[in-house]
Design a protein around this ligand. Structure first.
Ligand SMILES: Nc1ncnc2c1ncn2[C@@H]1O[C@H](COP(=O)(O)OP(=O)(O)OP(=O)(O)O)[C@@H](O)[C@H]1O
Ligand SMILES: [Mg+2]
Length: 247
């Protein structure tokens, strides 16, 4: 699905990602873990082509064999949201305070599809992310919702077009345990459908529950990579051991 090779990223002249290489298979959940500032969000933003103006990038990111690095904004727009989508780390910064939730999810859908029973599709998507009173949420503004609801709305926006890859940046941090497991179930369902997920998390409980493979990141470099069982049973890098001890 995705192949990243020697990805390097600078903000100004500060090197952030120092030669990252990994792949993502069809139907796989890959977890990215690592301390704050290690570059997890930067990797996801690089894949999405959403880096800030001061960023410089080199290396290769291939989506189903197609190079994304250097792709024009116009071409990126046909992929973003439709084939690869992202759940951002801060849902409240991402949602627009001026538009109703329903309108925002519909907009995400209409950016790629014409016609269809949009409202029904939106309500269905809200249900999938564990929102029972979909009609109310549909007609609400972002500030009228709890943090957990907002986060689920962001997951709905990211999944409404049924993308092949979802990049999720700490999507369960604002959620209580039962909602968290609901969202994790959603990712597992996606996996069953042959979709792939990259999940950024601090929570090794989350890793244990959904990850097929884990990448451990430190200061912009991959320090350990392996399947989930191996990492838990036999963490090789001292940093991974430390992370596991910390829980
Ligand atoms: N727009 C930016 N301009 C300059 N530096 C940035 C920018 N965005 C991030 N950085 C820096 O890049 C480094 C990596 O940041 P990034 O957000 O990718 O880390 P992270 O692993 O996602 O951390 P966290 O777990 O706190 O979300 C940090 O040192 C951060 O300060
Ligand atoms: Mg981050």
């Amino acid at each position: 699905m995705l192949e990243v090779k020697d990805l390097r990223l600078w903000y100004g002249d500060r090197g952030i990602l120092k030669g990252i290489s990994f792949y993502l298979m069809e139907g796989e959940v890959l977890c990215l873990v690592g301390e704050s500032g290690s570059g997890k969000s930067s990797i996801l933003l690089s894949i999405m082509g959403l880096l800030p103006e001061n960023a410089k990038i080199s290396g290769s990111i291939k989506f189903q064999g197609k190079e994304l690095v250097g792709l024009s904004e116009r071409k990126y727009r046909s992929i973003r949201g439709r084939h690869i989508s992202m759940v951002f780390q801060e849902p409240s910064a991402y949602l627009d305070p001026l538009f109703k939730i329903g309108t925002q999810i519909e907009e995400a859908y209409r950016a790629h599809f014409k016609g269809g029973e949009v409202k029904r599709i939106v309500l269905e998507t809200l249900k999938k992310v564990g929102i029972r009173d979909g009609e109310r949420v549909y007609n609400s503004y972002s500030h009228q919702l709890s943090g957990g609801l907002r986060q689920r709305v962001c997951i709905a926006i990211a999944t409404v077009c049924n993308p092949k890859i979802v990049l999720a940046d700490e999507p369960t941090t604002a959620l209580d345990v039962s909602l968290q497991s609901r969202i994790l179930r959603l990712f597992r369902d996606m996996k069953e459908e042959g979709k792939s997920v990259i999940l950024v998390t601090h929570d090794f409980g989350v890793v244990a529950e959904v990850a097929d493979r884990v990448i451990v990141l430190k200061d912009g470099e991959i320090v350990e990579e392996g399947n989930t069982f191996d990492i838990f049973d036999n963490p090789r890098h001292p940093y991974t051991q430390e992370l596991l001890r910390a829980i």
